[in-house]
Design a protein around this ligand. Structure first.
Ligand code: SF4
Ligand code: SF4
Length: 472
């Protein structure tokens, strides 16, 4: 039977999963960590430690700075050396706690045994609170605070939880390894999230280029079903490999055959999507009292001789990780955080890892070379490849013409920056670069409009209240 996939656009780049047989190995703890207080969508966390404080592994060092924010925990034991702006992987200043490492003393409340805790606690609200306290954020790239995502707004109901095991970007294999090595914990994590949402069905969606992961999760499920009713509605769904299947909207289409509208959210169509690594983090924080302070990272690239999947403490300088694995290869011309399609160039190797750092990729000059730009031949390949149903050639032209209104009408804001258009264009036009600028421009306009509308509504309300007070 033909495997399911999403319905619109997509491409088939080479897999390049050359690290897929590399087991997840614990990396040494570095002498110093730099833990960013801004490693999630929303307000940065506020530090709750001061310079000179002694901290243990797992101790809270930052508390949420707003509704949309997350707790930050120390990934090491040692002494707080500074709390100041420090340059991140892209060279941007971020509020950061620097900790000099002394030993490796964990909070005693953390259960460090390998024993699987499969019973699902009855109190969903208590699970949600633990997820919040554990500083869990979406680890598929978006770093959206998980406790917020698991609290649908009034009037919205979740019908299906989807655990995203697609890992559709070339090279990255950390989720594949997690499904193969820690599949039971991932499934328990899925059951915990399912229970919080009060939903009957959960689907663990895995692309069919990961047969061992699919088999392992099927085996785990057959063992766990019957242990707790919460495992009953969990299924594995193998999907046809196609990029960008791991995109939230594409995955919902592939699994549920539902389309999230422009500007909409997954919950609008009854879906909540969580990544494999997030499910594991939920397991660890709820069942083992272990907050999110370490994560698995793929280090790969054809020019890199020491392919690896490593378990790394959050805040580890990238240079430390790379040095532990033999150093930067001589012929690496570009280093990317993430995959080759959607990853971001790393400009500062002294920058630390974040909760959401999933990979470090080395590319050679040949791999990053851009062919000379030609002229658009109106072949339409970019539109055929776009998984959001956009017309990249048109957005490109409109941005060059400075027509922001037309860019908004043609939904430049819906671009998910997947790069499918750039990948397919025979004229080598920098479609992704230009459309990303267009998207940023339209998003800026939409944000300014929302702020103005809110201010106008507040002014109207204040005026109405003042008039009412006058008449009383
Ligand atoms: S980068 Fe944007 S415009 Fe290009 S294919 Fe992806 S979603 Fe479409
Ligand atoms: S793929 Fe390139 S050449 Fe073809 S229509 Fe799109 S922009 Fe033009």
């Amino acid at each position: 039977m033909a495997r399911r996939t999403f319905s619109m656009g997509g491409i088939h780049p080479g897999d390049s999963k050359i690290s897929r047989e590399c087991k997840i190995e614990k990396l040494a703890v570095p002498p110093v960590v730099y833990i960013s207080l801004s490693q999630h969508i929303g307000a940065p966390a506020k530090p709750v430690v001061v310079v000179g404080d002694k901290v243990k592994v797992g101790q809270v060092i930052g508390e949420p700075g707003g509704f949309m924010s997350a707790y930050i925990h120390s990934s090491v034991s040692g002494t707080v050396k500074s709390i100041k702006d420090t340059l991140d992987q892209a060279g941007k200043a971020q509020p950061t706690v620097e900790i000099a490492v002394e030993g490796d003393e964990w909070l005693e409340s953390i259960d460090r045994s390998d024993a699987l805790v499969a019973d699902i606690p009855a109190d969903g609200k208590a699970i949600l609170e633990k997820i919040k306290q554990g500083g869990i954020v979406g680890l598929g790239g978006a770093t959206f605070p998980t406790h917020v995502k698991l609290s649908p707004p009034p009037g919205k109901t979740c019908e299906m939880l989807i655990i995203n095991g697609c890992e559709c970007e070339p090279y990255i294999t950390a989720d594949d390894r997690t499904l193969r090595e820690r599949g039971a914990e991932v499934v328990v994590g899925a059951a915990l999230i399912k229970h919080v949402l009060g939903v009957a069905k959960a689907t663990i969606a895995i692309e069919d280029n990961k047969p061992e992961a699919i088999q392992n999760i099927q085996k785990v499920l057959s063992e766990l079903r019957g242990k707790d009713p919460e495992y009953a509605g969990i299924e594995v769904l193998p999907l046809m490999k196609k990029y960008p299947e791991g995109g939230e909207k594409q995955l919902i289409d592939a699994v549920m055959h539902r389309q999230v509208k422009s500007g909409g959210l997954p919950i609008d169509v009854g879906a909540v999507v969580q990544n494999v690594a997030t499910a594991l983090a939920v397991y660890e924080t709820v069942q083992k009292n272990k907050p999110l302070f370490e994560n698995s990272i793929t280090v790969s690239g054809e020019c890199f001789p020491h392919q690896a999947n490593v378990l790394v403490r959050v805040g580890t300088p990238l240079r430390f990780i790379i040095d532990q694995l033999g150093g930067v290869p001589e012929n690496a011309a570009k280093i990317i955080s993430g995959g080759p399609m959607m990853g971001k160039a790393i400009s500062n190797l002294d920058g630390p890892t974040l909760k959401g750092t999933g990979s470090i990729l080395f590319l050679t000059r040949e791999q990053t070379k851009r062919e000379p730009e030609g002229h658009c031949i109106r072949c339409g390949k970019c539109a055929d490849a776009c998984p959001m149903g956009l017309e990249p050639f048109l957005l490109y032209r409109l941005y060059k013409a400075g027509d922001a209104a037309a860019l908004e009408r043609n939904a430049a804001q819906d671009c998910i920056q997947c790069g499918c258009c750039l990948y397919t264009c025979p004229a080598n036009l920098p479609l992704l670069d230009i459309i990303s600028l267009a998207r940023g421009q339209v998003m800026g306009i939409l944000k300014a409009r929302a702020v103005a509308a809110k201010a106008a509504a507040e002014a109207a309300k204040a005026k109405a209240e003042a008039e009412k007070a006058k008449t009383e």
